[in-house]
Design a binder for this molecule. Structure first.
Ligand code: 13P
Ligand code: SF4
Length: 303
């Protein structure tokens, strides 16, 4: 069954001149069949540079939206519509406008883990990998970061800017405790602790390296160390282990699972390709404004 489905998916991808993308947290069978795996922005940028006419994005909705913003001339499909992101859902453009009015005019730096409509109301976007560089690129001393309070507090600790933050968070990363880290470190005293900046400050205080998911993959591959405690969603252990079969990877906590990243099945991808659903359509006015914030970020990191 899986073999037939996989063959049909590959066939339809060729026929439709489509590219299949999978985020680093997706289940192993989805990562294995994908043309490209990576973090959300990296995937959108790489797909944008190909001559594929269609992008099938296995991840969560804000990622597929970002791909549509980066590649407005390509058709972007999400195999499932029920793949929201709890953190992206913690902010709306209306609430953001009200906050800016309350604080007074200042630049708004918005994490890519956000709806397109919020990116459209922002000055510049950032990712977990480039947030410090993005904030330092601004002429202003005072700014607002949305929607992740943990990423904002991490950046504030590494810059001398005055950072106001939105009180959003990723429930998967925010629930990790200092106690979880201490227990994992005691069980694996030789291991290096890699943490995602979406973790709370008291967890990041124990990290040997604070990295995005793709940053963790690069760090583990280059490191002389043989074992690592992984402070992010547990799906990342699969590509880490696959790329580094001689190294050991341990979860910092057994509850770091993002349900939305586990919903897509091979049959959903097949159905998406057969019926060209569900197309991610962003109103042009929003897409164009969001694109300005994304391009400003790319000028900082890829400029
Ligand atoms: P990355 O951009 O580091 O892959 O993070 C995505 C994400 O959803 C983290 O929770
Ligand atoms: Fe959103 Fe957190 Fe899931 Fe990432 S892990 S998609 S931030 S809920």
């Amino acid at each position: 069954m899986t073999e037939t489905t996989t063959r049909q998916i590959r066939q339809l991808l060729r026929e439709r001149n489509a590219i299949l993308l999978a985020h680093n947290y997706e289940p192993p069978e989805i990562q294995d069949i994908a043309d490209l795996t990576g973090d959300s922005l990296e995937l959108s940028i790489k797909a944008g540079k190909t001559d594929a006419e269609m992008i099938v994005f296995c991840g969560v909705l804000f990622m597929a939206e970002t791909a549509a913003i980066v590649s407005p001339d390509k058709t972007v499909l999400t195999p499932r519509l029920d793949t929201g992101c709890a953190m992206a859902d913690m902010i709306t453009p209306e609430a953001l406008k009200a906050k800016v009015e309350e604080l007074g005019q200042m630049p708004v730096v918005t994490y890519v883990n956000s709806p397109a409509s919020v990116k459209a109301e922002s000055t510049i976007c950032c990712t977990s990998a480039n947030a410090i560089a993005v904030v330092n690129s601004l002429a202003e001393h005072e700014l607002l970061m949305t929607p992740d309070r943990n990423l904002a507090r991490y950046v504030a600790s590494r810059t001398n800017k005055k950072i106001h933050y939105w009180n959003g968070y990723c429930p998967v990363h925010d629930q990790v405790t200092e106690q979880d880290v201490l227990i994992a470190k005691k069980a694996h005293p030789e291991a290096v602790f890699m943490a995602h900046p979406e973790c709370p400050p008291e967890v990041l205080a124990h990290a040997d390296a604070i990295l995005s998911t793709s940053g963790m993959l690069k760090f583990a591959a280059r490191s002389e160390n043989r074992s690592f405690i992984v402070g992010t969603e547990e799906g990342l252990i699969y590509p880490l282990q696959k790329a580094n079969p001689d190294k050991s990877f341990y979860k910092v906590s057994s509850s770091m699972i993002c349900r939305d990243m586990k919903r897509t099945r091979l049959c959903d991808i097949l159905n998406a390709l057969k019926t060209t659903t569900h197309e991610v359509k962003i109103p042009r006015i929003i897409s164009e404004k969001a694109s300005i914030a994304v391009k400003r970020m790319l000028n900082v990191t890829h400029g």
